[in-house]
Design a binder for this molecule. Structure first.
Ligand SMILES: Cc1ncc(COP(=O)(O)O)c(C=O)c1O
Length: 370
């Protein structure tokens, strides 16, 4: 699905130099590169605070921990997504309230979010799935109306712009009260292991988030609150510092590849190509088709036999996951999530995808539908 080896080879000397510098300094924990990367990313995103941490799941957990919630509080998150957001809600003994998504953009709809709000609701977690945004402008209005926090899950959409109704733009992850991201290797900005970060413009929240990532401590060996140990390694920060310079060009490569797929696949009957929602810039973390003839699994197998690694993100909606059977709540139908889990198929999507590779994949899909 990705080609991290070729991506590395194209920037090998810069990456090797950055890694060597960290090893020479032996500052493996909290080394200079961590602060440098946080500053560079804050500048790129145009946000006041970037607080690095160990991975995207931790970022979501830390964001919730920073908000001083009580065990019965309800947190709204999409039903059709990766498990992390709902998992950390459960881990903190809060209640995930799962809402259905839009079948074209794959993100939670405003109507479903509003319908799920009760007196116990404290937080909305919009997940910007596959590279494009949930309806942040309207979600922020809703949050204001009901006095809720918004934690953006930007793990799959770092670098995407949100386009407001007055045409102004903001990077995803910087619109809600807290933004979270992951630097998992295949992400828009990926390191060479695990990594994550939180973003906020709020000084008090930033202070609390920093403490939580550091055992609840501001001053060494003095602990004011319960925290965790969640740090971005210096080596990963040094790698990310190099790769951040290439993020915009990586995004352009993904968009170019996505548009080429769409141009060549859109007229196939029974297959729906990804639709851009118009209020955000799609960064195509995933290129996800919907296969409507009931033959999604057959197509996947057909492609896999031709060495094309198509994947299903995600085969089981969260409400059907064993882990959530007893803790998840829902106030409405989750039929679109159910439907999507039977239709979606993601094609290889990465920064080094060549036209020859894409032509091979496109020809195979056309052969299947012929
Ligand atoms: C939407 C979403 N949220 C959160 C995460 C968690 O990130 P990590 O794997 O760094 O913990 C992922 C990772 O795949 C993700 O796709």
């Amino acid at each position: 699905m990705v080609d991290l080896q070729t991506q590395y080879n194209n920037i090998k000397s810069e990456i090797d130099g950055a890694i060597k510098q960290v090893i020479d300094s032996a500052h493996f924990i909290k080394g200079e590169a961590v602060g440098e990367f946080a500053d560079n990313l804050a500048q790129y995103l145009n946000v006041k605070h970037v607080i690095p941490c160990a991975n995207g799941t931790d970022a979501l957990q830390i964001a919730l921990m920073a908000l001083d919630l009580k065990p019965s509080d309800e947190i709204i998150c999409p039903d059709f997504t990766f498990i992390s957001s709902a998992e950390v809600i459960g881990l903190l003994k809060l209640h995930p309230v799962l809402v259905d998504v839009d079948e074209h953009s794959f993100v939670s709809t405003l109507k479903n979010i509003e319908n799920a709000i009760t007196v116990k609701t404290k937080v909305i977690i919009p997940v910007h799935l596959f590279g494009q945004a949930a309806e942040m402008e309207a979600i922020m209005d809703l949050a204001k109306k009901y006095n809720l926090y918004v934690i953006e899950d930007t793990a799959q959409a770092l670098g995407s712009d949100y386009i407001f109704s007055d045409s102004s733009r903001k990077k995803l992850g910087t619109i809600g009260h807290i933004g979270c991201t992951s630097f998992f290797p295949s992400k828009n900005l990926g390191c060479y292991g695990d990594g994550g970060a939180l973003f906020t413009d709020d000084d008090e929240l930033a202070e609390r988030i920093k403490m939580i990532t550091n055992h609840g401590s501001k001053q060494k060996y003095y602990h004011e609150i319960i925290g965790i140990n969640s740090r971005l390694d210096t080596l990963q920060a040094a790698i990310l510092n190099v790769k951040l310079k290439y993020l915009d060009s990586y995004i352009s490569s993904r968009q170019k590849a996505a548009h080429y797929y769409t141009e060549n696949l859109k007229s196939i009957d029974g297959l729906i190509t990804p639709q851009e929602n118009g209020y955000s810039v799609h960064t195509y973390h995933q290129y996800t088709l919907r296969i409507q003839n009931g033959k999604r699994d057959e197509l996947k197998e057909f492609l896999n036999k031709k060495d094309i690694p198509a994947m299903i993100y995600y085969p089981v909606p969260l409400h059907n996951q064993e882990a959530f059977k007893t803790i998840a709540r829902t106030h409405s139908s989750l039929e679109i999530s159910e439907k999507l889990s039977k239709e979606v198929l993601s094609l290889p999507m990465h920064t080094e995808l060549s036209l020859q590779q894409q032509d091979y994949i496109i020809a195979a899909i056309k052969e299947f539908f012929d």
